[in-house]
Design a binder for this molecule. Structure first.
Ligand code: FES
Length: 82
């Protein structure tokens, strides 16, 4: 499968400051120009962003390789990709 609809957007997670009660859309397809968040570029790929609401003001590491099993949070999976 050389043409996966999911692209890696980077080999390290992106730190994000989340605000309590705010909703975010994490890019799952890897195409967004505003990583790690969705900018609508997934249209036509069949991939949808993961939409979530922050429960508290928090600093998180969001997955950029798009391979995390704990998406949108980085689980270290980028270390397994080449
Ligand atoms: S641009 Fe990647 S999920 Fe929307």
């Amino acid at each position: 499968m050389s043409h996966s609809p999911i692209h890696s957007a980077g080999n390290a997670p992106a730190k994000a400051e989340l605000k309590a009660g705010q909703t975010y859309a994490w890019c799952a397809c890897g195409r967004s120009g505003t990583q790690p968040f969705c900018d609508g570029y997934h249209q036509g790929t069949g991939i949808d962003p993961i939409v979530f609401t922050a429960e508290a003001d928090s600093e998180v590491w969001l997955c950029m390789c798009k391979g995390s099993k704990a998406a949108p949070i980085c689980d270290g999976s980028h270390k397994n990709s080449t």
